[in-house]
Design a binder for this molecule. Structure first.
Ligand SMILES: Nc1ncnc2c1ncn2[C@@H]1O[C@H](COP(=O)(O)OP(=O)(O)OP(=O)(O)O)[C@@H](O)[C@H]1O
Ligand SMILES: Nc1ncnc2c1ncn2[C@@H]1O[C@H](COP(=O)(O)OP(=O)(O)OP(=O)(O)O)[C@@H](O)[C@H]1O
Ligand SMILES: [Mg+2]
Ligand SMILES: [Mg+2]
Lengths: 256, 256
């Protein structure tokens, strides 16, 4: 059955969406079938793969509010072996719509349960906030991947995030584990990156992936072409790093 | 009376906090008295100036929930002419606490109204989301400053943000204007920055500040020392850019 991964960090701009897109592509490259769920109303994961957020048909909002099956909104992407449940403009209002439902925290868990035989991995991109959408991701997921930008402000929110994950595990989802913290936008030209990386490894040890994603302009350019960095520039440092991360992930999950 | 500025963008990691801290310091350097309000529960603006978010006393949460006067929680910072109403751990739960109050959208407006004679500028740092805290900032403010990272995903959210500001102006705060969009993390080594900057200037014209903030590692290092870049490295490109932005801002507001 599928390994369901929530990609979470309430700190903004730390590479959640970039990691969802490029890890999905890297896992697909290694013959895994992958479903991405774009839980961020900004919809960057959808746009980053050239998928529209304005369909007039049923969309992710209807899955949350009316219990429409997730499989009916899934689309293929330009990447082989990668499908997506895209975001939608309507998602900006979804939190208010489900706020009075007693099962508001498990709407996504229910929706993905029928799909876990259809994919090897389900990656959920989350918004920059510990809101009800992120809680839904933590409840539906088997594990959490925390992208951590190698900068000062990004360190600050980490302990709050780890507490929230523990809370979700205790109250909503006992099987939830932290796959790990993934260091990203590592810039070897500046000592701040090295300091943050050393600090995190000292405190969290093995919970930190060995693979570090370097700051690499090809990664930032790729979404403007609607493609993951692996197909935009396969030989770039960014592509190689995400392929290495996929290897390490598969090893941790016993799929290698 | 004080010019109240909301620094807003729901896209994460685009430089909202960095701009609040460094613009405050630059305005203070130009003899303006400045109050910062840290409306983000992450509290990066507070930590970035070395101010604690864990006071056992009354804090910003009590201002929102119990109507405690904002002036009673204001602290001095290490920067002359810059005071702060810091964030607090309790603020993570403030939205739920005020969600049933009929005046939930104007709690901050009421709180700052008594202070507008005490400062030349009040800068409000917002979280990466168009939630009730950001709505409070848009209601209390006279104008909006939108930091825009020169990258692809950051462009995507801009039209949604401008619509939300129009909505706040129509329904909550008729005096609200957009001071401008400020391009930041401009990296002249990569063509993506130039493309985004050209695109934004083409669509928004004069609404875009002439001053661009360059990507500059001294800006990212400064908060780990609890200081604005102006006092961490006064001669850096980052400091000079924020001083230039302050000049441009003062000109737009008729204070020069
Ligand atoms: N390793 C990298 N090298 C260079 N640029 C990167 C890298 N990772 C991400 N970026 C860029 O940094 C910006 C922030 O990344 P991204 O949007 O993926 O973060 P996020 O955590 O999803 O943001 P949000 O909190 O708004 O959802 C984007 O413009 C992206 O292209
Ligand atoms: N001009 C710049 N040059 C280099 N680094 C910068 C610049 N501006 C901001 N940064 C760094 O980029 C990161 C994101 O900036 P910041 O935290 O201010 O954004 P934000 O919009 O407040 O994020 P959030 O959405 O989480 O509130 C920080 O680590 C900051 O130090
Ligand atoms: Mg994102
Ligand atoms: Mg911030």
């Amino acid at each position: 059955t599928a390994r369901i991964l929530a990609i979470v960090n309430q700190k903004g701009g730390v590479g959640k969406t970039t990691t969802t897109i490029n890890l999905a592509a890297a896992l697909a490259f290694k013959n895994q079938s992958v479903l991405m769920v774009d839980l961020d109303p900004q919809g960057n994961a959808s746009t980053g793969l050239g998928v529209s957020k304005n369909t007039p048909n049923q969309n992710l909002f209807d899955v949350f509010v009316d219990g429409v099956g997730l499989e009916s909104i899934i689309q293929k992407t330009s990447v082989e072996n990668v499908d997506i449940a895209p975001s939608h403009m309507d998602m900006a209002g979804v939190e208010i719509e489900i706020s009075q439902k007693s099962d508001r925290a498990i709407r996504l868990k229910t929706a993905v349960s029928g799909l876990s035989k259809a994919y090897d991995y389900i990656l959920i991109d989350c918004p920059p906030s510990l809101n009800m959408l992120t809680i839904n991701a933590l409840t539906a997921a088997r594990s959490v991947l925390v992208p951590l930008q190698c900068e000062f402000f990004a360190l600050e929110g980490l302990s709050q995030l780890l507490k929230t994950v523990e809370m979700a595990k205790a109250n909503l989802n006992p099987q939830l584990v932290i796959d790990g913290v993934m260091l990203t936008m590592y810039d070897q030209r500046n000592r701040l990156s090295a300091q943050v990386a050393a600090d995190v490894r000292k405190h969290l040890g093995r919970a930190v992936f060995k693979t570090m994603i370097p700051r690499n302009v090809r990664i930032a350019e790729a979404p403007s072409f609607g493609r993951p960095v692996l197909s935009y520039d396969a030989k770039s440092k960014g592509s190689l790093a995400y392929l290495q991360l996929a290897d390490e992930m598969l090893l941790r999950h016993g799929k290698r």
